[in-house]
Design a protein around this ligand. Structure first.
Ligand SMILES: [Zn+2]
Ligand SMILES: [Zn+2]
Length: 812
C-alpha cells in the first residue's frame, strides 16, 4: 500500500495524542479525559500541502559532454531517464572549456549533487588521461562532515560503476584524517579532495600539508556546498578563506611539466571555477510580480551573494534553478454544480476513489477512472495552486470561492469538504494517472508542552503552552503537576501566603514555591477505606480531614505545610478554614504526595505535566517510520531499513535529540520485548528473562554486541556483554527509575511477584502479625510494600547494581 500523505500524518498525530494521554495518568477522571486534546487544531495546526511536479527533462546522459562510461553508469542509475534540465545545464556549463562560476539553487530531491559532482569527476577523468600524475583537480567544501562522508561514498560509487576507481583518486581531509593518512596525501595528492571549512582552514595553516597537497595541482573547481548557510560572520570568514585558498593555489609549488603546449596549458594551469549549491531561494513577494521578474530578482540576489563570497564578477555567475513541467488543464474539466456533500473516500478502495472523483466533477459514475480524473477541474486547480507554494485547506477554500463562479456563495463547510475530498482522492490516484496529486504535506505539531490549568475549580480548563489567563472564565492559570505515584493533581504557586496573595509560579524566576492541593476532591478515596468502628460522634467531613491529615506531614524541607482556605480569584490564602470558598493544603515542596504519601527516592514525586520536544519528536518519528515500513514492506529489494531526516536548531540540539532517541528507543524496545516474552512464557525470574531477551537479541540480530558476521558459537565474554546490554534497562525499569510515570509496572503491563513471600508469611509470620495487631494477609501486604520500596531503591541482588556506572564492569 503506498503511503498516503494526508492519512498517514493524521494517523501519526492520533498516536501522538494517545502518547500524551498515557502521560496524563491523573487521578481526577476529568483531567484524564483531557477533552482539550480532541479539540480541532489543538495538537496540530491545519495541514499545508504542496504539489510536486516532475522536473523538466534535459538531455539524455550520453548526449552530455561526459565520458561514455560515466554516461552509461548514470543512465543505468536513472533507469534510462534523461538528466533534468537543471542538471543538463549545469553539466554543460561546467564541462565547457570556458566554464563560468555556477550556483545551483534547486530543492531537495532534485539531483543537485550531480550538477557539480559529474563535471568534477569528468574533469578528473580527463586529467588522468592527459597527465597520469597525482594532483588536485577539485576541492569540495561542505559545511558538515556528514555531508562530506555521504558524498565521498557517492563519488566512489560513480567511479566504480564507470570503471574509474583507482585511476581517479578521491580523499577526505577532516578531523578523522590520521597523521599517516596526511603523510600519504602530501606524497600523493588526490584528484578530488573533500573537506569542511574548519579543516580547510587547518590545511592552509599547516605548511607541510598545504605545500604537499597543493604541489603541482591542476585545481579547476572549488565547490562550496550549501552556500546559503554561509551568512553573517561565518559568511565573512568563508569569503576570506576562499581568497586565501586562491592565493595559496596560485603560489603552490609547480615543478613538474611547467613547459606545456598552448593546447595543454589551460588544463595544466586551469582557472579556478567556483561552484555553489544552495537550497531553493525565493525572492520576496512573488505574488505581485511576474514569474520572469521573480526569476530575475532571484538571480541578481544570488549573484550578488556568491560574488561577495568568492570574489568573482557578479555578471559571470550562472544561476541555475529548477524548472518543472507545466500543468495543462483539460478544456472539458469542470466542477459539480453544487459542492457535493457527504462524500467519503476509502483510499484502499479504488472504486471509492473513482466515485468520489465522478461526484466532484459532477459526471456520470460510469465514467472510467482516468477520464474522471481528467474531468475533475478541482484536481487541476489544486495542481496549479499548490505547485507554487504550500497552502492550507482554508487557503484553498478561499481560492475556490474567489475564482469559481458557482462557489462564491456556497457554504464554507461544503467547499471545505469538497476541497478535502479532492485532496485525499487526488493523492490516492496511482502514479502516472493524469491529475494524480503528488503531495508534500507539512504539519506543524505542538511539542514542548507545559500544561497549565485554570485556577477556577468550576472551570479547570487546560492550557498546553502555559497560557497565563483562562480565556473562558478570565481566572489566572498555574502550572499543573501530578503525583507520579497516584496521579493526584497540584497547582504550582509562589509567594508568601501569610503576607499577601500568591501568584502562579513562573519558571526561571527564583521564588518560593507552594503546591496547592485540594484534599476534598479526593475524599471518596478515603471514604472507601473507612472502617466501621469509627467513633460515632465524628462527622464524615471531620473524619475525612483527620484521615487525610494522617498522610500529611507537618513540614517538608524544614518549611511548614499550611492548612487553610483559598480564594481562586484573588489567590489569597487564610489559615482559617472558613474564610475562603476552597479548603486547601499548601505544600512547600514536592518530595511527598499529600494524597497518597508516596515518595520517589531523592527525586520529587510530584512533577510538572510537561512533555519535552524530544519526547514529541521521538513519538512522531516512530509513527512515521512505522508508516514507511508498512508502505515499503512489499517492495522487492527493500533492505527493511527506513530513513528519516530530522533537522534541528543547531548541532548541539541535533546531538541532544539523537541521544534522547537512542536512549528512549532502547527502553521501548526492552518494554515491547519483555511484555511479549512474559505473554509467551508466563512469570519469569529476572535472570531467566534477561537470558531469553539476550537469546532473542542474538536470534534477531538485534543487539549491538552481536558480532557482525553470524557465528555458530559466541564466546562467554560476548554472551555476557549481550546479556548485560539487555539487563541494564530491565533493572532500571524494575529497580532504579521504577517511579517514572510510564514504566511497565506503572502502566499496569507487568507486575512484580516476590517468590515464596506467601509461604514465608504463612509459616513464620504469625508472631509478627500478632505483635503488630494485624492478620496474615495484611502482614503479607505490608511485606510486599516494604519489598517494593527496597526494590525501587535499587537494592536488588544483581551484580550489575553493585557497581558505579563508571566501573568497567558496568555495561555501556
Ligand atoms: Zn477558566
Ligand atoms: Zn500521590
Amino acid at each position: 500500500m503506498p503511503l498516503h500523505p494526508i492519512l498517514v500524518l493524521d494517523q501519526v498525530i492520533d498516536d501522538y495524542r494517545n502518547y500524551i494521554r498515557t502521560e496524563f495518568r491523573a487521578k481526577d477522571p476529568a483531567l484524564n479525559a483531557a477533552p482539550e486534546l480532541d479539540r480541532p487544531r489543538f495538537l496540530a495546526q491545519e495541514p499545508f500541502f504542496q504539489a510536486h511536479r516532475p522536473f523538466r527533462s534535459g538531455k539524455a546522459w550520453p548526449d552530455l559532454p561526459l565520458d561514455p562510461r560515466l554516461a552509461r553508469a548514470m543512465t543505468a542509475r536513472t533507469g534510462g531517464a534523461p538528466a533534468y534540465l537543471h542538471q543538463s545545464a549545469a553539466i554543460e556549463e561546467l564541462c565547457s572549456p570556458t566554464a563560468r562560476p555556477v550556483v545551483v539553487t534547486t530543492g531537495t530531491g532534485s539531483g543537485k549533487t550531480e550538477c557539480f559532482l559529474l563535471p568534477v569527476i569528468q574533469n578528473a577523468i580527463e586529467d588522468v588521461a592527459r597527465f597520469r600524475q597525482p594532483g588536485l583537480t577539485a576541492i569540495l567544501v561542505y559545511p558538515m562532515n556528514a555531508l562530506a562522508n555521504d558524498q565521498l561514498l557517492r563519488i566512489e560509487q560513480y567511479l566504480e560503476e564507470s570503471g574509474f576507481q583507482g585511476a581517479v583518486t578521491v580523499a577526505k581531509y577532516d578531523r578523522g584524517t590520521t597523521q599517516a593518512q596526511r603523510e600519504d596525501l602530501r606524497r600523493k595528492p588526490p584528484h578530488i579532495l573533500l573537506t569542511n571549512y574548519m579543516m580547510l582552514e587547518y590545511l592552509l595553516v599547516r605548511p607541510a600539508d598545504r605545500d604537499g597537497i597543493f604541489a603541482n595541482h591542476r585545481c579547476r573547481f572549488l565547490v562550496l556546498d550549501e552556500v546559503h548557510t554561509y551568512r553573517g560572520t561565518l559568511g565573512s570568514n568563508i569569503a576570506l578563506l576562499v581568497r586565501r585558498l586562491r592565493t595559496h593555489l596560485q603560489r603552490a609549488r609547480q615543478d613538474w611539466r611547467t613547459e606545456v603546449s598552448p593546447h595543454d596549458a589551460p588544463y595544466r594551469f586551469p582557472t579556478l571555477v567556483p561552484v555553489g549549491t544552495s537550497a531553493t531561494i525565493k525572492s520576496v513577494s512573488e505574488e505581485a510580480i511576474s514569474r520572469q521578474e521573480a526569476l530575475r530578482r532571484r538571480d541578481a540576489a544570488v549573484q550578488d551573494f556568491f560574488a561577495r563570497l568568492t570574489g568573482v564578477e557578479p555578471a559571470t555567475i550562472q544561476v541555475i534553478g529548477e524548472e518543472v513541467e507545466e500543468v495543462q488543464t483539460p478544456p472539458e474539466a469542470q466542477y459539480a454544480l453544487q459542492p457535493p456533500a457527504g462524500v467519503s473516500v476509502d483510499v484502499n478502495d479504488s472504486e471509492s476513489v473513482h466515485q468520489a472523483l465522478c461526484t466532484l466533477a459532477g459526471i456520470d459514475q460510469a465514467t472510467p477512472l482516468a477520464e474522471a480524473a481528467r474531468q475533475c477541474r478541482l484536481l487541476w486547480d489544486l495542481h496549479h495552486w499548490l505547485i507554487r507554494q504550500p497552502l492550507s485547506i482554508t487557503d484553498l477554500v478561499d481560492r475556490v470561492r474567489q475564482t469559481i463562479p458557482g462557489r462564491t456563495d456556497a457554504p464554507l463547510d461544503a467547499v471545505y469538504h469538497e476541497v478535502a475530498t479532492a485532496l485525499i482522492a487526488g493523492a490516492a490516484l496511482p502514479d502516472g494517472t493524469p491529475g494524480a496529486l503528488r503531495l508534500r504535506s507539512h504539519r506543524f505539531i505542538r511539542g514542548g508542552w507545559q500544561f497549565h490549568r485554570c485556577l477556577n475549580p468550576a472551570c479547570g480548563r487546560l492550557y498546553p503552552l502555559g497560557e497565563a489567563q483562562c480565556s473562558t472564565c478570565g481566572y489566572q492559570t498555574a502550572p499543573l503537576h501530578l503525583c507520579r505515584n497516584c496521579g493526584a493533581d497540584y497547582l504550582q504557586l509562589a509567594g508568601d501566603p501569610l503576607e499577601g496573595p500568591l501568584h502562579p509560579f513562573r519558571s526561571g524566576v527564583d521564588e518560593v514555591e507552594w503546591m496547592l492541593y485540594e484534599p476534598s476532591r479526593f475524599e471518596t478515596t478515603f471514604a472507601d477505606e473507612e472502617s466501621e468502628d469509627e467513633p460515632e460522634e465524628e462527622t464524615p467531613r471531620a473524619r475525612n480531614r483527620r484521615q487525610r491529615n494522617a498522610n500529611v506531614p507537618t513540614q517538608m524541607r524544614r518549611r511548614p505545610v499550611l492548612h487553610g482556605s483559598f480564594d481562586p480569584r484573588t489567590l489569597s490564602f487564610s489559615a482559617n478554614r472558613t474564610d475562603y470558598p476552597l479548603e486547601v493544603i499548601l505544600a512547600p515542596a514536592r518530595i511527598r504526595c499529600l494524597c497518597c504519601g508516596g515518595t520517589a527516592g531523592s527525586r520529587n514525586v510530584v512533577a510538572p505535566l510537561s512533555i519535552g520536544t524530544s519526547a514529541a519528536l521521538k513519538v512522531l518519528g516512530e509513527g512515521l517510520l512505522g508508516a514507511l515500513d508498512l508502505a515499503h514492506r512489499t517492495f522487492t529489494g527493500h533492505d527493511g531499513k527506513e530513513r528519516l531526516l530530522i533537522f534541528c536548531d543547531s548541532r548541539q540540539d541535533a546531538a541532544h535529540q539523537a541521544r534522547f532517541i537512542t536512549f528512549a528507543s532502547r527502553y521501548d524496545r526492552m518494554r515491547r520485548n519483555l511484555v511479549r516474552l512474559l505473554e509467551q512464557e508466563g512469570p519469569l525470574t529476572i535472570q531467566r528473562a534477561v537470558e531469553l531477551l539476550a537469546d532473542r537479541g542474538v536470534r534477531e540480530r538485534d543487539n549491538p554486541h552481536v558480532p557482525e558476521a553470524p557465528r555458530q558459537r559466541l564466546s562467554l565474554e560476548e554472551r555476557e556483554r549481550i546479556r548485560a546490554w539487555e539487563e541494564a534497562p530491565v533493572l532500571d525499569e524494575l529497580a532504579l527509575s521504577a517511579s517514572y510515570r510510564a514504566t511497565l509496572i506503572n502502566l499496569g503491563l507487568v507486575g512484580v511477584v516476590y517468590e515464596g513471600l506467601h509461604e514465608v508469611v504463612q509459616e513464620s509470620g504469625s508472631k509478627v502479625a500478632e505483635a503488630l495487631d494485624i492478620d496474615l494477609p495484611a502482614l503479607e501486604h505490608l511485606c510486599r510494600c516494604l519489598l517494593d520500596e527496597i526494590r525501587m531503591r535499587g537494592a536488588l541482588s544483581r551484580p550489575m547494581l553493585r557497581y558505579h556506572p563508571q566501573h568497567t564492569s558496568c555495561p555501556r
